[in-house]
Write a protein that binds this ligand. Structure first.
Ligand SMILES: Nc1nc2c(ncn2[C@@H]2O[C@H](COP(=O)(O)OP(=O)(O)OP(=O)(O)O)[C@@H](O)[C@H]2O)c(=O)[nH]1
Ligand SMILES: [Mg+2]
Length: 614
């Protein structure tokens, strides 16, 4: 029938021709009234259902073929179940070989088909008797296909590119080529794409869409991609091409799974054949919150996959019984990067139900709340495949409600409102505790505060929370320290006295300063506290540290600067070290560090052996 419609016989293999049956997928094209149809002909034989499954991925319109001389067969049912579980929305039914039966039989088959399809997505689909032999009904069939194709919602070319691979081969003069049904986004020559599950980045040399060379292939079309830098033997059905650097392969997914009414119940831990896209592997089932799944029912489940695959939320899948191999159900991926099921993880079912509802704000908030540290842009894309405008919109809506906090806009980092409030509280608590324990310190060092919160608080979260507390005037963060707003150091009477003594000692000494040790030793408070008092004096700039060993009173230094200014006026801008010593009456031990200090302060500049007073 495909040959009668398109002029192309889709059976390609020698064995298919010899045995007269279809074994693997076949392809043909038809241009009809401006619509380009890509036919994926699938084998009917039960032994080749896994090939059929690879072809069914991404199909927009089902052409269900029922032979008028045989009516509905078990394989009709299995194929139709699969298409239903994969979420195919439209279709046309062809009653073929109509030339072989009389009109009563044809009418009977029509009634059987109608009865079978009642309540399904094909309930209202046209049933068209055709004959590939006499060509009767073919025009009506084409017209019905045209109507069905016109009613499908077009796939969005602006989304991320994804192509499940159903064939790989070498073409003379071109190299490696893969084909598939483009399920999302677009692809063109020069693009860098990522090969899953291998993770290799490859360059696209050329693209064919619907059988013709094009600049860019658009979704929904049969697509061939010519790849540079890889042998065709390294490529095979079940792999996928996708936008580079956005997605991750997975071996654990959370899903909504439905079991056909005709199937036997599935027990916890059962192994099943799993099909998604063109990929096929084995899955071990864990039901969330229940021990088994009854026929006709559905459940939230965690699937542990034997091989790594690439799937995204919203992707459909099919499961087949381990043995004997028959299709028993399918479903939709909710979380493509699921964690291993844990008894303590009580919130998982509710989380999956949120994912299932599909509301972006709800999903983003729930994802942020489940994130251990924070949720970043890359993680959002890998889990949802949302494009930037969708992420932005969801972030805006959900952050204005306070449920989620943007702690960094570029790159985007989110934390839950709850976690953020908790970090704020902890920061205030730590600052207060530190102040209480260290009354002589001006505050806690930013870095100490950050590490006191533990590794579970990310740098971005800490920064944003601190900024907010400062903006709200709850804390102050001048320089490297953080303190409570308005907090001053309060000294005990004996501390105040000791502080005055230190200052007086240096003030009295002029430039002939005593050693720090000497000054501190004379005080009534112990060394640790005395050192803190000295720190306060240095911070207040009443004392100035000129070298590691030498501290001067600020007035002595101011006087020295005046003295030099006077010298410059009277005797010129140049001054030698001996003259400086003479002028100030100090020894070399003090003179050199002082001159170096003055150089740093840009009061003097070194010029050979002399100084220039600036
Ligand atoms: N008389 C008559 N014979 C037909 C018609 N369509 C197909 N046939 C014959 O029926 C046989 C099977 O047809 P296929 O097209 O191979 O059937 P199929 O559904 O592709 O089978 P598989 O892919 O192997 O599952 C072939 O011998 C065809 O020539 C028709 O409309 N009228
Ligand atoms: Mg066939």
């Amino acid at each position: 029938m495909v040959e009668a419609l398109t002029g192309t016989h889709p059976d390609r293999l020698e064995e298919e021709k010899r045995r007269g049956i279809t074994i693997d997928l076949g392809f043909a094209f038809l241009e009809e009234n401006g619509v380009r149809f890509g036919f994926v002909d699938v084998p009917g034989h039960e032994r080749f259902v896994s090939n059929m499954l690879a072809g069914a991925a991404g199909v927009d319109v089902l052409l269900l073929v029922i032979a008028a001389d045989e009516s509905i067969k078990p394989q009709t049912r299995e194929h139709f179940d699969i298409c239903r579980l994969l979420g195919v929305q439209r279709g046309v039914v062809a009653l073929t070989k109509s030339d072989l039966v009389d009109s009563d039989t044809l009418e009977l088959v029509r009634l059987e088909a109608e009865e079978y399809l009642r309540g399904s997505f094909l309930e209202k689909a046209p049933l068209i008797p055709v004959s590939a032999k006499t060509r009767s009904g073919l025009e009506e069939l084409k017209a019905a296909l045209h109507v069905a194709a016109s009613n499908i919602t077009a796939k969005d070319a602006s989304r991320y590119f994804r192509l499940p691979i159903d064939r790989a081969f070498a073409m003379k003069g071109f190299g490696s080529v893969v084909t598939g049904t483009l399920i999302s986004g677009s692809v063109g020559a020069g693009d860098e794409v990522e090969l899953f599950p291998i993770g290799e980045r490859l360059r696209v040399r050329g693209v064919q869409s619907g059988g013709k060379t094009v600049e860019r292939a658009v979704p929904g079309q049969r697509t061939a991609v010519n790849l540079a830098g890889i042998e065709h033997t390294a490529l095979k059905r079940g792999m996928a091409l996708a936008t580079s650097g956005k997605f991750r392969k997975t071996r654990r997914i959370d899903v909504r799974m439905e079991l056909l009414a005709s199937a036997r119940k599935i027990k916890q831990g059962a192994s099943l054949h799993f099909h998604a896209g063109t990929a096929e592997t084995i899955a071990e089932v864990f039901f969330h919150g229940q021990k088994e799944l009854s026929p006709g029912g559905s459940a939230l489940a965690n699937l542990k996959l034997q091989d790594e695959i690439q799937v995204l939320a919203g992707d459909r899948f099919i499961v087949r019984q381990f043995s004997p191999v028959v299709t028993i159900g399918g479903g939709v991926v909710l979380d493509p990067l699921a964690r291993r099921p844990m008894l303590r993880d009580a919130g998982r079912a509710a989380y999956l139900e949120t994912l299932e509802r599909g509301n972006r704000e709800g999903i983003l908030a729930a994802m942020t709340e489940r994130a251990i540290l924070s949720l970043g842009y890359e993680e959002i894309v890998a889990r949802t495949a949302w494009i930037d405008s969708e992420i932005l919109e969801a972030v805006q809506n959900v952050s204005s409600s306070g449920r989620v906090r943007v702690v960094s806009a570029e790159p985007l980092v989110l934390v839950s409102g709850k976690l953020f409030a908790n970090v704020r509280e902890k920061i205030i608590e730590k600052v207060e505790r530190h102040q209480k324990d260290n009354p002589l310190l001006p505050g806690i060092l930013r870095e100490d505060l950050r590490s006191s919160l533990g590794r579970r608080v990310k740098a971005e979260t800490f920064r944003a929370a601190l900024e907010e507390l400062v903006a709200q005037k709850k804390l102050e963060a001048p320089g490297e320290v953080v303190k409570k707003a308005g907090a001053e150091i309060t000294l005990q009477p004996e501390e105040a006295r000791a502080k005055d003594q230190i200052e007086a000692a240096f003030a009295a000494a002029g430039l002939q300063v005593p050693s720090v040790k000497e000054v501190l030793a004379k005080l009534a408070v112990e060394t640790r506290r005395a050192e803190k008092l000295l720190q306060i004096l240095l911070r207040e700039k009443n004392l100035v540290r000129v070298s590691p060993e030498l501290i001067f009173h600020h007035r002595a230094l101011a006087q020295l600067k005046e003295q030099l200014a006077g010298y410059k006026k009277a005797r010129g801008e140049r001054i030698s070290v001996p003259v400086f010593k003479e002028l100030t009456g100090i020894t070399r031990k003090y003179a050199i560090p002082l001159l170096e200090y003055l150089d740093r302060e840009r009061v003097t500049r070194r010029a050979g052996d002399e100084r220039v007073i600036l």
